[in-house]
Write a protein that binds this ligand. Sequence first.
Ligand SMILES: [Zn+2]
Length: 336
Amino acid sequence: MSDSPVSCTIDLTVDGKQVGMLRVPRSSNLAGWSNLWIPIVSVANGEGPTALVIGGVHGDEPEGQIAALNLARELQPEHVAGRVIVIPCASPEASRAYTRLWPSGANLNRSFPGSPTGPADEQLAHFLSTELFPLADVIVDIHSGGRNALHLPWSEMHWVDDATQRRQMVDGMLAWNTDWCCVYIDIGGTGLLVGEAERQRKIVVSTELGGGGHVTAEIHRLAASGLANVLRHVGVLEGEVVVREKPPTILMATELDNYLLAPESGLFETLVDLGQRVEAGQPVGRMHFLERLDREPETVYAKTGGIVCVVRAVATTEQGDSIVVVARAGERSELD
Ligand SMILES: [Zn+2]
C-alpha cells in the first residue's frame, strides 16, 4: 500500500491507451481543498519494455513539453511493444508562467527522491520515485537551457559506476542522434530526477536542447526525432532505428574547471559563441558594473581548453551564476 498522497486516475497495468491525471493535493488562500492536476498518458500493448517520458520538469523549457505532447497525442497501442508512459509537463504551473521554478519557488529537479509529507513538489517527486520509476526500464527526461542559458543541442548522461547501466545509457544518449553528446557533472546541488532514476539502475536518457528562452523549428524537429529514435532503440516503439552517418562530437564536462561562474554580480558580456574552440587562459566573458563608470570590466578566463558548450543567455548576473561552460572534446572510445 502506497504512503503517497498523490494518486493516478488511470490503471498503468492494463493494455490500451489511457489519458488521465496525477492528482497532487494542495491548499491555497483561494481554494482550501484543491488538487494540482498533471496530465499522464499510458499506451501499452503486451510484452516489452516500459519507457517513462517526462517533459517540463522546468517550466521554461518547452522543447520537451511539445515533443512529449505530440508523442502522447499521436501514439497508439499498435505502435508499441510494451508500454510508454508520458508526462508531457511535470510542472504545469511553471510552464504557464514560463519559469524554471514552480510559483512556490520549488525546483522540481531538486526535489528528488521526494517525501510523502513534504510540500507538493516533494510529494510529486516521491510519487514518481516510488510508483512510476519502478515500473520503467527507460526514463527519458527532456531539458534545455531554459531562459537562462544557451546550450549546444545535446543528449547527455552522468558517468554512472555500474558498467552495464553505463553502456546502456551511452547507447541511449547516442540514439538521440544529436550533433553533440555531453557527459556532465551536477554542480547545482542534489535532488535531480535523473539522479534518482540512475540510483534505481534505470537506463536514463536526458538532453539539453538549446535554450535561451526560444525554440527554433530545427530544435523542435530534433526533440521529436530523437525522442522517437530512443524509443525505437530500446524496442518499445515500432520502426527502424536511425543511425547517424557522422559520429557526434563528445563533450566531456566532468571537471569543476569546465564550469565558469561569475566572480562578481554585474552585467555579463560574452566574448565567445557556442561551438567555438578556446584555449586555457582565453577571455570568455566580462562582467560590467553599471554603477561604476570608473571601473574596468572584470574579465573571466577559460580555465581549460575545449569547446564552448553553454553561454549564459541573461546578461543580469549574480555572483556565482554559471556564465560559460567549456567542455573537453572527448573520444567516442572513452565512453566504452
Ligand atoms: Zn531543465
